[in-house]
Design a binder for this molecule. Structure first.
Ligand code: GDP
Ligand code: MG
Length: 342
């Protein structure tokens, strides 16, 4: 299972340029050089120095990083939610993503048509926000009218109706679902609808100049430069001292999804990184590795990656008492190395 990031924005802002830069990124370990599953869907490695450090002491046959999926979604325009420019199709693609990476145009180039007609990150992000909000409103209206039919007979439906109504009212005032104060229970309740504005958003200003997007978390990168850099090999990058910021972008995407990484060493055969939602427990981590490891979970042995590296190997870590045995209720921490016992 992997998590996916939808690259979203107006046309001609640099979405495909970013996608191309990601696809060409040189990779040095693992079985996943960037894999293009579909013309607009690709898998990239999540960079992680810890994995390399663990591999240095374990010396496995195979090192496998964890991955994240990027989807190059065609440009949204005003009224996409009404189906303008095939809009509904693109909005449906966003529905399947776990988070949104919104590319905002902040570069001047008379050769590249500017749909907005000006450089104005705030106005541009407002247009996208409106499209996402309108689409969610439409979805909620549909759900509410369905529920309205039977909520008088059914208590559960009545409760759901109230919740969806509350959310709809907030959306109508311009609030994203992620900005509404919802309990964990309520969030879970609406998860099945895959509402667009419930997804975390990371903004990326495509620029090499000065500009910003006040009030929201954003990164600034020059995507055309990144695409050019991605043509260079690792050796050329070292020689010319060129640094790419794509790794930082990938990590930021990983972070907005609230993910952590844990590692397995498979008795020395394969050192591998895995992705887990923050707050989940040892059997859930087991389930990520192998379906059986969740159902048949008995206990696990856990050691922090750094402690393992300092100890030199699993046996020495055990001798030093660094490996703890944990049960079903153990909440997995970022950087744990886990050996499942089933
Ligand atoms: N000058 C300049 N051009 C860019 C930059 N990023 C993308 N472009 C160009 O803008 C055009 C549209 O980019 P593209 O990535 O296809 O936009 P998309 O519609 O958002 O996918 C292409 O010709 C790119 O080379 C940039 O940072 N500076
Ligand atoms: Mg494109």
């Amino acid at each position: 299972m992997s998590f996916s990031i939808g690259i979203v924005g107006l046309p001609n802002v640099g979405k495909s340029t970013l996608f191309k830069a990601l696809t060409k990124k040189p990779v040095d370990i693992g079985p996943y050089p960037f894999t293009t599953i579909h013309p607009n869907v690709g898998v990239v490695q999540v960079p992680d120095e810890r994995l390399e450090k663990i591999a240095e002491i374990i010396k496995p046959e195979k090192v496998t990083p964890t991955i994240i999926e990027f989807i190059d979604i065609a440009g949204l325009i005003k009224n996409s939610h009404k189906g303008e420019g095939l809009g509904n199709q693109f909005l449906a693609q966003i529905r399947n993503c776990d988070a949104i990476l919104e590319v905002v145009r902040a570069f001047e180039d008379p050769k590249v048509e500017n749909v907005l007609g000006e450089i104005n990150p705030e106005k541009e992000s407002e247009i996208i926000k409106t499209e996402l909000l309108m689409k969610d409103l439409e979805t909620l209206e549909g759900l509410l009218s369905k529920l309205a039919k039977d909520f008088k007979k059914d208590k559960k439906a009545a409760k759901k109706f109230e919740l969806l109504k509350k959310i709809k009212d907030n959306l109508a005032q311009g609030k994203l679902i992620s900005e509404i104060n919802l309990s964990d229970e309520e969030k879970l309740e609406i998860k099945e609808y895959q509402l667009l504005t419930q997804k975390p958003i990371l903004y990326l200003l495509n620029t090499n100049g000065k500009c910003s997007l006040p009030g929201v978390e954003h990164l600034k990168m020059n995507l055309k430069e990144e695409e050019e850099i991605s043509e260079f090999s690792e050796a050329e990058r070292k020689e010319f001292q060129i640094t790419s910021r794509l790794d930082q972008l990938i990590l930021s995407c990983y972070n907005i999804l609230d993910l952590i990484t844990f590692f397995t060493v498979a008795g020395g055969k394969e050192t591998r990184a895995w992705t887990l939602k923050k707050g989940l427990k040892a059997p859930d981590a087991g389930g990520v590795v192998h379906t059986d490891f969740k159902e048949k979970f008995i206990r696990a042995e856990v050691v922090n990656w750094q402690k393992l590296v300092e100890a030199g190997n699993w046996l020495k870590a055990r001798e030093k008492g660094l490996i703890k045995t944990v049960g079903k209720d153990y909440v997995v921490e970022d950087g744990d190395v886990i050996e499942f016992k089933v």
